[in-house]
Every structure is written in C-alpha cells, then in structure tokens.
Design a protein around this ligand. Structure first.
Ligand SMILES: Cc1cc2nc3c(=O)[nH]c(=O)nc-3n(C[C@H](O)[C@H](O)[C@H](O)COP(=O)(O)OP(=O)(O)OC[C@H]3O[C@@H](n4cnc5c(N)ncnc54)[C@H](O)[C@@H]3O)c2cc1C
Length: 501
C-alpha cells in the first residue's frame, strides 16, 4: 500500500534528534496535544499532524453559536501551542490510512514512517443513518458548525423582524434542539438568552416572549449521566428560561422547517425555522480503518478497544487515545467517558509511557482521576457533580467557569473569555453577533467577477436568507396554503459545503 505513495522524509526539528525515535501523533485535540507536551523533555522526535492548523476547545462552541464569544477565543494555533517545543514538527494534513506492517501512515497522499504512533482523531456527529438531516439540522462539532448555527439563528431573527404576519414570525422564532445531554442543555439555555434577552432592545418588532425553544430527548429526564436531583434543577432552570422539554421524544423525520417527534402519546409535529442537532457522537473513521488492517476491535460507536496502556493487541507501538478509544481498564470497569479530562489524562499518560520506554525506565500505569461532570444552563447558572458533591446555581456556574478557564489553552484566551463573560453577566450583551458566511454581492462592488470564497459576485446578498432558511420558509408557506411539498423537492445544496461531513 505504502509503495503507491511518495515517501516523505523531513529533516528533524533539531539536529540532536536526527537519530531519535520518531513519534507521530495524529490529531491535535486534547489527547494529542497532551501526549506531545508530556514528551517535551524526552529524546524523541515528534511529528504532530492535524487536518486543521488549530486546537479547538469544543466545550465552548455553544458560546460561538450564540454570539457570546468569537472563533479566535476558542481556537489556538497548534504551531503556537506545541510547534515551539524543540522536538516537535507540526504538519497540516489528513491521515487517511495506517500501514502497521511498514510502520507508516498515509497523509496528504504521502507515506510517512513512525516508531511510535498515537492516534487521537476524536469523534464526529452521527445522525443514526439519516444523513440527509445533516443539512436541515447542523450538528455542533467544529467551528464551522457553530458559525453556521449562529448564522441561521440570527438570519431567522432578521427575517422575523421584517415579517408582519404573526404566525410566520412565530415560526421564525421557533428553535428545536435535538439531544438533552450537556451540549443540548447548554445550547438551549444560550439560545434562550440570545433570543429572549440579548436581542430584546435591538429587535424593535419582535416580542422576545414569543420565542419558542423545544428541547427533544428520548429519555425521561435531561442530563441522564448526572444524578436525578441535578437533572431536576437543570429542567427547572431551563423552564424558567422558557425552554420546553419534550421527554421520551424520538425524531422520526425532519425536513426544512419541520420536525416530527414520536412520543408515547403519539407524533408531535413542530414547525421551526431552526433545528440544531446535538444528539449523536461517532468516533473518527480512522478507528475503522485501523481495525481493517490490524483486526483490532471497534465498539458500536466506532471506538477502538484498547489495552491498559492504550495500545492495540499485537501492536504495542500503536496507541489510541481520547474520543477515538474505548478504555475499560478503570477501577470500576466503566469505560472512560468521551470528555476532555479523560482525553487529556490519556494523552499525558501515553506521552510519559513512551518517554519511559525510550529512556529504558520503568513504565507508569494509568490511573484515571474522575473529576465529575458539569453543564452550564445560562450565563450565571450551572449544575456540577464533582465526585458526589453536587453544586448548582451561581456556585455551580463559578465552578464551571473556573474549570473551563483552567482547561482552555493560553492566557490570552483566558483573559478574553473572562472579560466577555463578565460583560455578558452585567449587560446581557453579546460580543460576536456578526452575520457572516454568505456569498456577498458587496464583493462585486469592487469587481464584477470578484470571487467570494464560495462563488462569483452575482450570488445571493449577504443580507438574504441562506438556502436552509429559504427552504424552511417555503415549506412553511406551502403547509399554510395546503399544497403538499416533499423533502425531495427542497434543495438546500447551497449550504452543504458549510456543513462538515
Ligand atoms: C459541543 C461539544 C461540547 C463539549 N463539551 C464538553 C464539556 O463541557 N466537558 C468535557 O469534558 N467535554 C466536552 N466535550 C467533549 C470533548 O470536547 C471531547 O471529549 C474531546 O475534545 C476529545 O478529545 P480528543 O483529543 O479525543 O479529540 P478532539 O479534541 O476532537 O481532537 C481531534 C483532532 O483530530 C483532528 N483530526 C481528526 N481526524 C483527523 C485525520 N484523519 N487526520 C488528521 N487530523 C485529524 C481534528 O482536526 C482534531 O483537531 C464536548 C464536545 C462537543 C462537541
């Protein structure tokens, strides 16, 4: 396999590492970056490969989608984070294949050798076989998703502001959020604050109280991974913010502008201009590719089942960490959750373990420290379960804010976030409400054929609704007029490029 590819050989980052073992880390997320950092003082040469040139702090994506913070506040360039480490070389590229026999990976069509390989490519979203819904209902996994959600929310409000028809306005002010886990709850609270409070004074035609936010989940309570008492607190807090919880609800189908939810009492049809998907997670496709060539086991979520040292059977030189791995060698036998802290701890452990192997020292063992879990519900309320200690309300929020400021990389991000959060606490104002991301006629003012990233100047104006909202509005008006319209004739293809696969 590798024979078909150009073999890439690069100079070491520094001469002293010319003959050092080569550690290739794929994925610059929580696990990959911490593996890299744990090897800082080791006599190894590291190549960190990521398909993005930045590390993304996913826990705050919901704040990007609701305009509280901007992209630069939650993303840090990898070259800044670890590229300065003397034994690290950062490369931009997508790893598509592993050749365990030849100890090579394939990225950007090139083949590249390793002595130790760390795969930490994380996870993506799944629509449980309904991939068509992806266009109607953006998930929240990467920066582009968050910005697409913000664009849809803001554009729906802009359209509502200039729609005299009360019913149509109600439709534009309705948001459905699928998934009642931490991401869904965080999103619901933040959308409510955005549409009910932050915009209260600036949208003169809208009645913020008419905002309708429906949170749909198949379970009988929110935040099922948390104790019941905290689920109740979360539900009350969200209800106070005007969020409706549709429990035991499974999305049956959706098309632009409409979601049909099956419940024990029958199907519920919700007409909503904006639908957001936070329901399913699936490990990166690299896990399956690794299984194809090594016969290692992957679980139902596509995660690679790993050994106590995060290696795979028969290949001690290949480690898999973070969301891509399924690790059950914990004290209570429960698999590590797909969260930042376990990914960070696994990355650090793997780095230290490789350092010990290279230095011929005794190897460490991995002991997971479970800090607990938390979810923020609005700009000053959160629930937290920290090793059995339960917190909620403002104290919960202070803990949440502290933990996230510790976790996010970089002092600049910490300072900027603190200022923006304090500002939002005091004023309800949002710092990042720019409506961007549409092909713009304005570009054409400079030159008739000036290309905006997506298409030529004669594309739709930046001030016109995107294809998804147009399709939702078309569906809504067809419903009113009684003319049936099927999903098949609704084309939202213009936006598929902004919704990542
Ligand atoms: C919206 C949201 C909110 C969350 N909130 C919380 C929270 O509050 N608390 C918490 O603990 N956890 C939270 N999580 C989960 C947490 O972010 C993940 O568990 C964590 O990021 C996993 O770390 P990782 O290193 O495995 O993967 P990631 O951090 O996802 O990093 C994977 C990296 O691999 C790169 N990559 C992927 N495929 C390839 C490839 N083929 N080639 C090269 N590079 C590749 C990606 O670009 C990415 O940089 C949240 C997740 C989401 C999506």
């Amino acid at each position: 396999m590798a024979g078909d590819h150009f073999f890439l050989e690069l100079e070491p980052p520094e001469e002293q590492f010319r003959h050092s073992p080569h550690v290739v880390i794929v994925g610059g997320g929580f696990a990959g970056v911490h593996a890299c950092k744990a090897l800082a003082n080791s006599n190894v040469r590291i190549t960190l490969i990521d398909k993005r040139n930045f590390n993304l702090f996913q826990p705050l994506l919901y704040q990007v989608s609701t305009g509280l913070v901007s992209r630069g506040d939650v993303a840090t360039p990898l070259r800044e984070m670890v590229g300065v480490q003397k034994n690290v070389q950062v490369l931009l590229g997508e790893v598509t294949q592993v050749n365990p026999e030849g100890k090579q990976i394939i990225f950007n069509g090139k083949s590249y050798s390793y002595d130790h390989l760390v795969l930490a490519t994380g996870s993506g979203s799944t629509f449980f076989g309904h991939d068509k819904w992806r266009t109607f209902s953006p998930p929240m996994k990467i920066l582009e998703h968050a910005e697409e959600i913000r664009r849809r929310l803001l554009m729906a409000m802009e359209q509502a502001e200039q729609t005299p028809d009360q019913q149509a306005r109600q439709f534009l002010q309705t948001v459905v959020i699928v998934g009642g886990g931490p991401s869904g709850c965080e999103m619901a609270g933040a959308v409510s604050e955005l549409m009910r409070w932050a915009m209260k004074n600036s949208f003169k035609q809208l009645d913020p109280k008419k905002t309708r936010i429906v949170l749909v989940d198949p379970g009988d309570r929110l935040l099922r991974a948390m104790p019941e008492s905290l689920s109740e607190v979360a539900l009350k807090s969200l209800q106070n913010d005007g969020v409706e919880f549709l429990a035991k609800g499974r999305v049956q189908t959706m098309c632009p502008g409409e979601v049909i939810v099956g419940t024990p009492d029958g199907d519920v049809r919700i007409q909503a201009a904006t639908v957001i998907w936070t329901a399913g997670v699936r490990a990166s496709h690299l896990g399956k590719k690794l299984a194809d060539v090594t016969e290692c086991e992957v679980d139902r979520g596509g995660r690679v089942v790993v050994e106590p040292d995060f290696s795979i059977p028969g290949h001690p030189e290949i480690r898999v960490a973070g969301d891509l791995s399924s690790y059950s060698h914990t004290a209570n036998g429960k698999p590590l959750p797909g969260m930042a802290a376990p990914a960070k701890q696994a990355g650090t452990f793997i780095g230290k373990d490789i350092a010990a192997i290279v230095a011929n020292q005794s190897r460490p063992t991995f002991n997971y420290f479970d800090f607990g879990s938390m979810a923020v519900l609005d700009r000053d309320t959160a629930v937290a379960d920290l090793r059995g200690l339960k917190f909620s309300g403002k104290i919960g929020w202070l803990l949440w804010a502290f933990v996230h400021l510790v976790l996010i990389p970089g002092w600049e991000n910490r300072i900027t976030l603190s200022i923006k959060w304090i500002f939002a606490l005091l004023t309800q104002q949002r710092a990042s409400m720019l409506l961007t991301g549409m092909p713009s006629q304005h570009m054409a003012l400079d030159a008739a054929d000036a290309h905006f990233p997506m298409q030529a100047g004669e594309g739709p104006s930046i001030a016109s609704p995107g294809a998804a909202l147009k399709a939702a509005m078309a569906h809504y008006s067809h419903q009113l007029s009684g003319i049936p319209q099927t999903e098949e004739i609704i084309d939202t293809s213009e936006e598929t490029s902004t919704v990542a696969k």
